[in-house]
Design a protein around this ligand. Structure first.
Ligand code: NAI
Length: 329
């Protein structure tokens, strides 16, 4: 199989090469993202392997189809960046990695909470400069605080179990209740009540037409003053300009995001010597109570092992005509 791997970083290549001994596939690694301009690079390949910010829209898919691509192998869980209808029309199958170490993302969401709250990132810099003052470093106990989880699938449920250990009160909203969490004492409530009652809201639902901008001016208005919002799911769950307004009038007390609406133009790359044109991210970065990481929640050794082996197994199943258990339709 000839596989064009897009949006490749050195660590992706390292993991694919490590596990390829068992498969013997031919990889073409491209640093560039897949989009209508780069889709031509897939010529002579059977499979394209893509990540979260590749643009797999109808235009891209038509070029892939003309190049003879038979399979789009996502090396991630979310598939909001793929036009599934267009893929089906062209007879191209789509597979993904539905679950890989939910602990990786849940633990990162917790890291964002603890860092924003206890300000260890600021303390680290202060102490290095000989400033041992505690001024403005005050945090709050997580014990007895109400944590609202939106989306209680694999990651949301894992996050809930972690927060249980802090003695927090857990409430949740999902279109389907998670029985295991109910048994563990998590109270499922209508979305509006989760907005109203939570001290911390953590987003773990997928991005789709129902969840796009679930955090917006109207929902922010329902929240507690000083609420902490954490998003490790997908950027467009939050309407960025409304979050900025909420931060400016101090309704939002803390914002921790690993994903950002326009992240495809920024994340995973070094822009330290560039003039950044995205004024919204610069405004977000100007707030002392905003913490942004660059879509790294998934990035643990365990998750990379699983992402790579499941992606290779998905391709193997396609090659051998076996059932595609991780197909997205
Ligand atoms: P999952 O499919 O196990 O769980 C998603 C949950 O969201 C399900 O329980 C589902 O019923 C619920 N849901 C669907 N529509 C909803 C709605 N309208 N309102 C509330 N809940 C709704 O997915 P998993 O593995 O827990 O992943 C969640 C999301 O995390 C992914 O969709 C992906 O966007 C994101 N993710 C982010 C990563 C990162 O590195 N930052 C890495 C992996 C996933």
């Amino acid at each position: 199989m000839n596989i064009a791997v897009f949006s490749t970083k050195s660590y992706d290549q390292e993991y694919f090469e490590k596990y390829n001994a068992d498969y013997d596939y031919n990889f073409s690694f491209y640093e560039t993202a897949l989009n209508p301009d780069t889709a031509k690079l897939s010529a002579d390949c059977n499979v394209v392997c893509v990540f979260v910010n590749d643009v797999v829209n109808e235009e891209t898919i038509k070029i892939l189809s003309a190049n003879g691509i038979e399979l789009i192998a996502l090396r991630c869980a979310g598939y909001n960046n793929v036009d599934l209808e267009a893929a089906e029309k062209e007879g191209i199958k789509v597979v993904r990695v539905p679950a890989y170490s939910p602990e990786a993302v849940a633990e990162h969401a917790l890291a964002l909470i603890l860092t924003l709250n206890r300000k260890t990132h600021k303390a680290y810099n202060r102490v290095r400069e000989g400033n041992f003052s505690l001024k403005n470093l005050i945090g709050f106990n997580l014990s007895n605080k109400t944590i609202g989880i939106i989306g209680t699938g694999k990651i949301g449920a894992t996050f809930g179990k972690l927060l249980k250990g802090f003695g927090s009160k857990l409430i949740a909203y999902d279109i389907a209740e998670n029985e295991e969490l109910v048994a563990a004492g998590v109270e499922f409530l209508p979305l509006e009540e989760v907005f109203q009652q939570s001290d911390i809201i953590s987003l773990h639902c997928p991005l789709n037409k129902h969840t796009k901008h679930i955090i917006n001016k109207a929902s922010i208005a329902k929240m507690k003053d000083g609420v902490m919002i954490i998003n490790t799911s997908r950027g467009a769950l939050i309407k960025t300009e409304d979050a900025i307004a909420g931060l400016k009038d101090r309704k939002i007390g803390y914002l921790g995001i690993d994903v950002y609406e326009q992240e495809e133009n920024l994340f995973f790359e070094d822009h330290s010597e560039h003039i950044i044109q995205d004024d919204m991210i610069l405004r977000l970065l100007s707030f002392p109570n905003v913490l942004i990481t660059s879509h790294q929640a998934y990035f643990t050794k365990e998750a990379m092992d699983q992402i790579t082996t499941i992606t290779l197994n998905n391709i193997k199943s396609f090659e051998t005509g076996s059932e595609l258990e991780n197909e997205v339709k």
